[in-house]
Design a protein around this ligand. Structure first.
Ligand code: PLP
Length: 421
């Protein structure tokens, strides 16, 4: 019995795979493509495609605007998804669920609305060098506009936050802490619950970048005690254009609107306006309607399989890949060992003389063998600089990936390394 045979998947993997039409697409070698770029975006199952088509066939119209049948149906479906999201992440009320276009939009909303209303010169904003540019640039902008100081939670060489350094950077001056629950490069599963507790103890608010955790783990915002939490639909099988910002109701109520326009108003006079109640206050303009239906269908799909089972499967995959890569000659992995890492591995190959091989070359040679991985800085330039590199290659797994695919990836990597040595 091989090591792969000993791994049991906690759901019917063949059935799950058959739900994704795109997995039948052939790679360059003619075999089905191995898709290991899930941290960038995940594939879309037939059930979500059906929901998208079904919407245009039976209940498509603008929402919250018309008094006709289709508009009423469209609005009803749209609000049902909001409730679906609420119960999925265990928020207290639907007013706390704001539809956005993705994680980036959610974090910008917090920085530009809550941030401008609450952050002043002399305050500090706590982030880390490991953050995706989406959870870095909005805070840089806020710091520049307000005169607040950016503080960085140091990283250990392992890719974990240095919690011992927390008291130096998390102080009474800290107004907001903005950190990722899972790093999109290091894969580190960060102790976000502990950090939230410590942040609250000094009176700071916490904004969690959950782009890499919500699609892969069960999420409970109330247990986490998150103040804000942002994620993207396209990383959880819903397709692009939709995301969610969760915010604690009290905070959202006190915040000024971010974008102005239709839907976010109550009464508009020539010179002034009053804002609509939550959540409309933060959903100016026509929202991503069909994308929201897709998100609802994706949640149903993932829930039927079970978030715990999905997480377990990804941990099996990452353990398997890690065990085979960790002692690989001239290969260096970024980030900690499982179980402290989620289902992704970023790495670099080196020549015998110690020179790093460009990750794009690795990715290109893998692609020629039908294996899609990501290469580049993955929107984390400061993080790569921290490790003295400019790019890395990243293999990231999701519920439909298999041990056989990891074996194909490893075989392709071995060949690529021989060619690039
Ligand atoms: C950790 C993290 N934060 C934020 C984002 C930005 O997500 P989006 O591009 O969907 O807004 C990503 C996307 O890769 C991510 O991995």
């Amino acid at each position: 019995m091989s090591a792969a045979d000993e791994i049991t998947t906690p759901f019917d993997l063949a059935q799950v795979r058959s739900s994704f039409p795109i997995l039948k697409v052939a790679g360059s070698g003619g075999e089905p493509l191995v898709y290991f770029d899930n941290a960038a975006t995940a594939q879309v199952p037939q059930a979500v495609l059906n929901a998208i088509e079904g919407a245009y066939v039976t209940h498509y119209s603008n929402v919250h605007r018309g008094a006709h049948l289709l508009s009423e149906r469209a609005t009803e479906h749209y609000e049902q998804v909001r409730e679906r999201v609420r119960s999925w992440i265990h928020a207290e009320s639907i007013e706390e669920i704001i539809f956005t276009s993705g994680t980036t939009a959610g974090i910008n909303l917090v920085a530009k609305s809550w941030g401008k209303a609450n952050v002043r010169e002399g305050d500090s904003i706590l982030i880390s060098e490991a953050e995706h540019h989406s959870n870095l640039v909005p805070w840089q902008q806020l710091a520049a506009e307000t005169g607040a100081k950016l503080e960085f939670l140091p990283l250990l060489e392992t890719g974990e936050y240095d919690l011992e350094a927390l008291p130096q950077v998390l102080t009474e001056k800290t107004k907001i802490v903005a950190l990722a629950s899972v790093s999109n490069v290091l894969g580190t599963i960060n102790p976000i619950e502990t950090i939230i507790e410590k942040a609250h103890a000094v009176g700071a608010v916490v904004c969690v970048d959950a782009a890499q955790s919500v699609p892969h783990f069960p999420t409970n915002v109330q247990r986490l005690k998150a103040d804000f939490l942002a994620f993207s639909g396209h990383k959880m099988c819903a397709g692009s254009g939709i995301g969610v910002l969760y915010g604690r109701r009290k905070l959202l109520e006190a915040m000024p609107p971010f974008l102005g326009g239709g839907s976010m108003i109550n009464l508009v006079e020539r010179e002034t306006f009053t804002t609509a109640a939550l959540p409309a206050k933060f959903e100016a303009g026509t929202p991503p309607i069909v994308q929201a239906y897709a998100l609802g269908a994706a949640i149903t799909f993932l829930e039927e399989i079970g978030m715990k089972a999905i997480h377990q499967h990804e941990m099996n995959l990452v353990h398997y890949a890690w065990e085979r890569l960790k002692d690989w000659d001239n290969l260096k992995i970024l980030g900690p060992a499982p179980p402290h890492r989620a289902g992704l591995i970023s790495f670099n190959l080196y020549q015998k003389n110690g020179r790093v091989i460009h990750a794009n070359d690795v990715s290109h040679l893998l692609d020629q063998q039908g294996v899609a991985i990501r290469s580049g800085h993955h929107c984390t330039q400061p993080l790569h600089r921290r490790y003295g590199i400019s790019t890395s290659a990243r293999a990231s797994f999701y519920l439909y990936n298999t041990i056989d695919e990891i074996d194909r990836f490893l075989g392709a990597l071995e060949k690529a390394q021989r060619m690039l040595a």
